[in-house]
Design a protein around this ligand. Structure first.
Ligand SMILES: [Zn+2]
Length: 578
């Protein structure tokens, strides 16, 4: 690493921190931002990113033409509002991509007349590239880029008669996983955005015809499917036709009802019956889809699902390097071993790391909500919100002391309300405004603070997290939560809990009728990505020697990001429960 490079990293760190209030979420964003702009291996050099538009087989997956390049461009363009300066590499690299477009309108390798693996893979990558380029276009509109996106859109329109075919859909779905029919249905997202910026109907018409073909099938690629469902939400927003929203909601419920949403808020890389690993991309999609449905419907269940994923699976999936990727799912949690197909954990720089970074835009965008001149604090994490002239920054230390501070950074003299959500995981929420306690009822899940705010006002929020056991359907097992965090035993702090045999280890806990449990607090070390507010000890009976009861340390799976990869055990049997 040369000195100029180090200086650029240091500068990037400063600008990212300056743009966002302090807290765990900002820290996680910064970790992945630094991975993408300066980390590795592999580093995202121009040659590595561009390899899937030049078509040169210099790295894996270049047949997914435009996949890495599109995601890289889209992710960095989308998070630009949260950093003070855009990476210098971005604009020149977009210019290089545009020069590599094929006369047929697509990018990368040749698109053959007979549709097989390589053609589907090319379509996948080109779909990611279309939306990535258009996300860059939102920040830097240019006729050249729009013309290029139009040519790609016209290519998709030209192959639609061949692609919108039952025979083809069945054939590629039977023969492939990542290069299956989802490579076609995921085009909806880019086509809707292309229709929005050009005002041209034919792209929307194509998106409609593809939407009619979207279906969830056993063993399907979760990321491809959920990206397609996100496209349905975009299509609803572009057309205002309720049928597309209903379709998206139906598909969302279908994921849950088919057993494909796991207790930690994860959707697997492959749907049942091939549930083997998680995938950062899939988790990012589920999070973004949940937030999008929440913003549209205001149904609290979508926000609850997003929060579950954000505090648990999304944190667990983030590697200490800043990468996102895949971890192996085990009958009792997460394993560092290999799955039934021989695959282990992976830092997926070719997709998840970039798609993971991209999701931060949606998360930051959902922390606060402005409505009718009021401000709503929805997600209990760090972020910024603005309603007319009222601006508020949230600084979270939830992980350390269950507190969040809202700081008013700008205000006018008009009385306005700040509505603070009281999550279902909180037994109570104590509020102080400028040091004075505020009492008031919880209405529809929110506490309302109405007054003429002044810059410098401080609202202190102190949550009282509930500790509870949740029965996991059809498993005879329980998951333990403290506040928003899923608790687990891990192979570093409690290696003996993993002694053979361990599936029959039983925790000795009294569960109250409302699910509440009492655990022995065990304050842990503070530090990056640590959650000292949610560390406990519990008694248990080891399966191999129940005559000698033991103690096990429990802590949030979110702490995985601060450690080398560990095994996590969070689907517990309880003593006295069948
Ligand atoms: Zn991925």
């Amino acid at each position: 690493m040369n000195s100029r490079f180090v200086l650029r990293c240091a500068l990037a760190a400063v600008v990212a921190c300056a743009a966002l209030p302090a807290g765990d979420l900002n820290d996680r964003f910064h970790l992945t931002l630094m991975r993408v702009t300066a980390g590795g291996p592999p580093r995202y050099t121009d040659a590595l990113v561009l390899a899937d538009v030049t078509g040169e087989p210099m790295r894996r997956f270049t047949e997914y033409s435009g996949d890495v390049s599109g995601r890289w461009v889209g992710a960095l363009a989308s998070v630009t509002p949260y950093v003070e300066s855009e990476p210098q590499q971005l604009a020149p690299l977009v210019a290089s991509i545009l020069k590599l477009q094929k006369p047929g309108g697509y990018f990368g390798r040749a698109f053959g007349a007979a549709i097989g693996h390589d053609e589907m893979a090319l379509l996948w990558g080109n779909g990611r590239l279309l939306i990535g380029l258009l996300e860059f276009h939102q920040r830097h509109p240019s006729p050249e880029l729009l013309n290029s996106a139009r040519r790609l859109g016209d290519f998709l329109v030209s192959i639609a008669p061949q692609m919108n075919s039952d025979e083809l859909q069945q054939r590629v779905d039977q023969g492939d996983f990542a290069a299956a029919y989802i490579c076609w249905t995921q085009q909806i997202e880019g086509l809707v955005e292309l229709a929005r910026v050009t005002g041209e109907r034919r792209y929307l018409d194509l998106a409609r015809s593809i939407a009619a073909r979207l279906r969830r099938i056993p063993g399907q690629h979760g990321h491809g499917y959920l990206t397609s469902v996100r496209g349905l939400v975009d299509l609803y927003q572009a057309t205002n036709e309720k049928a597309f929203l209903e379709q998206a909601i139906h598909e969302y419920s279908g994921v849950i009802d088919s057993g494909n949403l796991l207790v930690q808020g994860a959707v697997p890389e492959a749907f049942a019956p091939h549930i083997r690993r998680d995938e950062g991309c899939t988790e990012a999609d589920w999070l973004r889809l949940s937030l999008a449905l929440w913003r549209i419907t205001h149904e609290a269940e979508y926000l609850r699902q997003a929060e579950l994923t954000l505090f648990n699976e999304y944190a667990l999936n983030q590697f200490s390097t800043g990468d996102y990727g895949s971890r192996v799912l085990a009958p009792t949690g997460i394993s560092t071993g290999i799955d039934a197909d021989g695959a282990g954990e992976a830092r997926c720089w070719w997709c998840c790391t970039l798609h993971g970074l991209r999701a931060f835009h949606d998360i930051f965008d959902s922390v606060f909500r402005a409505e009718s001149g009021d401000l709503w604090y929805d997600l209990p994490v760090d972020g910024r919100g603005k309603a007319d002239k009222l601006a508020v920054a949230a600084e979270s230390s939830l992980e350390a002391n269950s507190k969040i501070r809202l700081r008013v950074t700008a205000a006018d003299a008009r009385p306005r309300a700040i509505h603070v959500r009281v999550p279902e995981w909180a037994a109570s929420l104590a509020i102080e405004v400028n040091g004075d306690p505020e009492h008031g009822p919880v209405a529809a899940g929110y506490r309302t603070l109405r007054r003429a705010w002044h810059a410098g006002d401080v609202v202190e929020l102190k949550y009282e997290p509930r500790t509870r056991a949740v029965a996991v359907p059809k498993s005879g097992r329980y998951a333990l939560f403290h506040g928003p965090w899923l608790l687990a035993a891990d192979s570093q702090m409690s290696p003996f809990f993993f002694d053979e045999p361990n599936p029959g280890n039983r925790l000795r806990l009294a569960v109250a009728a409302d699910g509440s449990v009492k655990l022995e607090p065990a304050p842990g070390a503070k530090g990056r990505f640590a959650v000292p507010a949610a560390r406990f000890l519990a008694d248990y009976l080891p399966e191999g020697y129940p005559m000698l009861p033991q103690k096990v340390a429990l802590r949030p799976i979110a702490e995985q990001t601060s450690a080398p990869s560990l095994s996590w055990y969070f689907l517990f049997k309880l003593e006295g429960k069948p």
